[in-house]
Design a protein around this ligand. Structure first.
Ligand code: FES
Ligand code: FES
Length: 213
């Protein structure tokens, strides 16, 4: 018996059916999105209070605003740099409640009441933080784009070592995490310098660590 032609499809029919099923799958999501708050085109905002470089800041922000954008676009603290905006370069490093973080990877609303220190809060021209002065002395930069993140990270790294917080390369976790080239290299590995000023950056950190010791 010859096969029936009832179920024969052209390539065009198959493509049409595919498009219809994708639309059917997407439809419930579209309905949900349309009924979510903010889907009308109005951003959802929230009040956020932070202390930045010792100054209280009260902001009303789109809840999707990263801490980096809050600093740069809303507080005009443009010392903190946006490199990759994906947590890969460290240019956006700031110190929040004593710990360094990538400000591009966190939302400002998550830091209600936090104390944030940026490069502007570490020191000023004429009264530089010792780490800023050491970077200048040792030429720890070329274009300078990564430098604010490098300096904030370096300041926090020395505090981590002082507080005996181990790193990935700390051999004996019960021993005090001592300052060493390997420790600093590992701890600073999230801060990328496209100009390759690494050895000078290390010399600057080493000098400050030596001074502190
Ligand atoms: S801008 Fe945040 S890690 Fe690159
Ligand atoms: S000084 Fe240019 S990227 Fe580091």
């Amino acid at each position: 018996m010859a096969p029936s032609n009832d179920w024969k499809f052209t390539r065009r029919d198959v493509l049409k059916m595919g498009a219809m099923s994708v639309t059917a799958l997407a439809a419930p999501r579209l309905v949900t999105a349309a009924s979510e708050p903010g889907a009308t085109g109005k951003p959802v905002t929230a009040k956020v209070a932070l202390e930045v470089n010792g100054t209280p800041q009260a902001l009303e922000l789109d809840t999707r605003t990263t801490l980096l954008d809050a600093l740069r676009e809303h507080m005009h603290l443009t010392g903190t740099k946006k490199g990759c905006d994906h947590g890969q370069c460290g240019a956006c490093t700031v110190i929040v409640d004593g710990r360094r973080i990538n400000s591009c990877l966190t939302l400002a609303v998550m830091h209600e009441g936090a104390k944030v220190t940026t490069i502007e809060g570490l020191g000023k021209p004429g009264s530089l933080h010792p780490m800023q002065a050491a970077f200048v002395k040792h030429d720890g930069y070329q274009c300078g784009y990564c430098t604010p993140g490098q300096i904030c990270s370096a300041v926090a790294v020395l505090d981590e070592i002082k507080e005996d917080i181990p790193s990935h390369v700390t051999g004996d976790l019960t021993a005090k995490a001592r300052f060493s080239r390997t420790e600093v290299r590992e701890r600073m590995s999230g801060n990328i310098c496209r100009c390759g000023a690494y050895s000078n950056i290390h010399d600057a950190i080493e000098e400050v660590a030596g001074g502190a010791a």
